[in-house]
Design a protein around this ligand. Structure first.
Ligand code: SF4
Length: 216
């Protein structure tokens, strides 16, 4: 058991070391979403930026419904996890260590019963996929790094359901995020094209398909 733990710790240290080597290439948190959708989209965006189709930008835009909810949430005093604290909206975050940047919808600085920082995202969706959990954690880790205050969990407000879900930032989720970031940095730094998505139906409407001669 001890041996396994020591190996796990060494793996984490190796991962952190590799990530910290690459501070000049900050991915956006939304790139994580695209990476889960199809790795090649992120690869093309960073390795072939001049040929980026215009609609690529739309992938990163906020949906109209989400903007509306953000405005509404600024006015209300909904409590997340029963906790209260100072609120900040549209918080710009950056991490040299992770090579990551992004803007969190809402950050709450909790002081009692113990200090912690909560991040809240508003999503025009009825369920929370792994990519949303990973994105939420990415904001959490950047907040931890910048403030030295622990981010133990985050919340997703599902707009169509008008419901808030809590996501615990477990050790497993943290490792998954770090491993994903490492894969992204490695793919772009080495300019090695990742494999295509396994779901080829995605390719039919994809703006990048003219570059993916092996899928169609
Ligand atoms: S065409 Fe398919 S494999 Fe290529 S980038 Fe688009 S979704 Fe990915």
């Amino acid at each position: 058991m001890e041996k396994e733990l020591a190996e796990e710790q060494r793996d984490e240290e190796r991962l952190e070391w590799k990530l910290s080597l690459d501070p000049d290439l900050p991915f956006r948190v939304t790139d994580l979403k695209q990476w889960f959708y199809c790795r090649r989209i992120v690869y093309y965006a960073y390795c072939l930026p001049d040929v980026r189709p215009i609609t690529y930008k739309m992938l990163y835009g906020r949906e109209a419904g989400e903007e509306e909810v953000r405005r509404e949430m600024r006015r209300n005093t909904h409590r997340y996890g029963g906790l209260e604290g100072r609120r900040e909206f549209d918080v710009e975050l950056f991490s040299l260590h992770l090579g990551l940047r992004g803007k969190a919808d809402l950050v709450i600085w909790v002081e009692e019963p113990q200090p912690e920082v909560l991040v809240v995202e508003f999503k025009n969706s009825v369920k929370i996929g792994k990519q949303v959990q990973i994105q939420l954690l990415a904001y959490g880790l950047m907040l931890e790094e910048q403030s030295q205050i622990p981010a133990r969990r985050g919340f997703v407000y599902l707009i169509p359901k008008r419901r808030t879900e809590e996501i615990v930032f477990s050790k497993g989720l943290r490792q998954e995020l770090l491993a994903t970031l490492e894969e992204m940095h490695t793919a772009v730094r080495s300019e090695q094209m990742p494999p295509p998505t396994e779901n080829r139906a995605k390719c039919l409407a994809c703006e990048f398909r003219r570059f993916c001669n092996d899928v169609l």
